[in-house]
Design a protein around this ligand. Structure first.
Ligand code: FAM
Length: 438
């Protein structure tokens, strides 16, 4: 047992009586009601999922294990010589809710080194795909290919399956998956955009630093990777990628099946693909409106209206839950403002100008409930500045980070024995009958 698994086991034992009591003694306490609008409108806001990994307040934004983003960054041990924590320290924190000591972080870093080697057949499978396949399809397929090695699936098939201990095998798969996904992502990046010039893992580096190294990036990018993966990790469990992962795992499909499905959801333009769409929108804007002229607020306003009038959404703006500027947006903006060079970068200035104009345009348009920017409105700018200019790769970066939250969630799902998910459907006839009855 590692210190992390030990601590997790202790936390799980302490938590189990709480959920058992809720199920046994309070199952019929009503906490919400469902109206026809929610039934037709994507189950928005219905309180029927449980997670303790993170929680999302519409005004304040995300808290990881009770801590805001600045509190999380301040509390966790930092990578050597860096202002940001290692991803490994964050993983310990997400799983257990406790801030690890440096020794506990070092153990996770060492553990991930033993887990991160990806079987060669996974690379073969990805290599077989047409080179112009979307990198998210490649990533989802790569994760799915790893299913052959699932310890949870092997345990289920062993004939000794025991519900109480099953979480341990989910934890093993989850730990392998989070250690391996950056290696697969770096392979895809090099395959598609660096003429297949692959770079070997550096066993001395933590996860974020090693990812930067593997895609041939600069020293400064190491903190970008750490920050990016942590910020994108979790956003409650009702968003498409987290919910899909939870749903698929609720059928006892192993973590590889579950996260491959989650990644397929993340690849949608209303979800994780928005970060690529933001860059694409901004570049098209420059191309169409700014040939030889500086962007102005008037030009941006015109471009935003043109987009809305053509029936498209403004990517990077709006949110299903948030009702103010996403603190993940602000955290990345602060990174830009404190990074010499980046704060004067023309693309950052343009995105900042869009931030000044878009909320007003969206409010006047009057459709969206939230005219403020979300995480995706800012993230591409940083990648672009550091030379990661293939924006169809941006959602892959999101997917590497989101693995942390999804894997922490399903480890706890199994530990607490959460049920097979099976909401009830109704027909239009039923809804019309209830509508007529008032
Ligand atoms: N531009 C134009 N219209 C928008 C809009 C935007 N950015 N955001 C919402 N709307 C419209 C929406 O299409 C809907 O229109 P209709 O009534 O005509 O169908 C109306 O406003 C009400 O939508 P809502 O209740 O405010 O938002 P939803 O909860 O339905 O959808 C989002 C939430 C995020 C899908 C939506 O705001 C959107 O499409 N945003 C642009 C895409 C984007 O940035 N996605 C990334 C979200 C991010 F946080 C993530 O998951 N990574």
């Amino acid at each position: 047992m590692t210190q992390l698994k030990d601590k997790l086991s202790e936390k799980i034992q302490a938590h189990r009586p709480r959920t058992a009591r809720l199920t046994k003694e309070f199952a019929d306490i009503v906490i919400d009601k469902v109206d026809i609008g929610q039934c037709m409108g994507g189950a928005r806001d219905i309180k029927c999922l449980v997670t303790d990994i993170s929680s999302l307040d519409p005004q304040e934004g995300i808290r990881f294990r009770g801590k805001t983003i600045p509190e999380t960054f301040a509390a966790l041990p930092k990578a050597a010589g860096s202002a940001y924590p290692t991803v490994e320290s964050f993983w310990y924190f997400l799983l257990t809710g406790e801030v690890p000591t440096q020794a506990q972080v070092d153990e996770v870093v060492a553990q991930w080194k033993t887990r991160q080697s990806v079987p060669p057949y996974v690379f073969d499978v990805i290599r077989t795909l047409p080179r112009d396949s979307h990198p998210m399809a490649m990533l989802s397929i790569g994760i799915l290919a790893l299913q052959r090695d699932s310890k949870f699936a092997a345990y289920y098939n062993s004939g000794k399956f025991n519900k109480t201990n099953a979480w341990e095998q989910v934890y093993e798969d989850a730990s392998d998956l989070v250690a391996r996904i950056p290696v697969i992502a770096a392979f895809i990046y090099n395959l598609k955009y660096r003429d297949d010039k692959q770079i070997a893992i550096d066993p001395k580096l933590d996860m974020g630093a090693n990812f930067a190294h593997m895609i041939g990036q600069s020293e400064e990018y190491k903190d970008v990777a750490r920050m990016y993966f942590i910020l994108h990790s979790d956003h409650e469990s009702g968003n498409v990628s987290a919910h899909t992962t939870h749903l698929v795992h609720s059928a006892l499909s192993d973590p590889y099946y579950a996260y491959s499905a989650g990644l397929s959801g993340l690849a949608g333009p209303l979800h994780g693909l928005a970060n690529q769409e933001v860059l694409s929108w901004t570049m098209k804007f420059q191309e169409k409106y700014c040939k030889g002229v500086e962007p102005t607020k008037e030009l941006i306003t015109k471009a935003l209206w043109d987009t809305l009038n053509s029936g498209q959404v403004i990517p990077g703006y709006g949110h299903a839950v948030l009702r103010k500027t996403d603190p993940r947006y602000m955290s990345q903006r602060e990174f830009c403002l404190k990074t010499p060079g980046l704060k004067d970068d023309p693309l950052f200035k343009l995105v900042s100008m869009i931030f000044e104009v878009a909320p007003g345009v969206l409010s006047e348009h009057g459709h969206t409930k939230n005219p403020w920017p979300n995480v995706d409105a800012q993230s591409g700018v940083i990648q672009w500045y550091y030379g990661v200019k293939h924006w169809d790769f941006y959602t892959v970066l999101f997917g590497v980070g989101r693995a942390l939250g999804c894997m922490a969630n399903i480890t706890w799902d199994r530990a607490l024995g959460y049920a097979l998910e099976r909401p009830k459907s109704v027909t239009t006839d039923m809804l019309e009958k209830w509508a007529a009855e008032g």
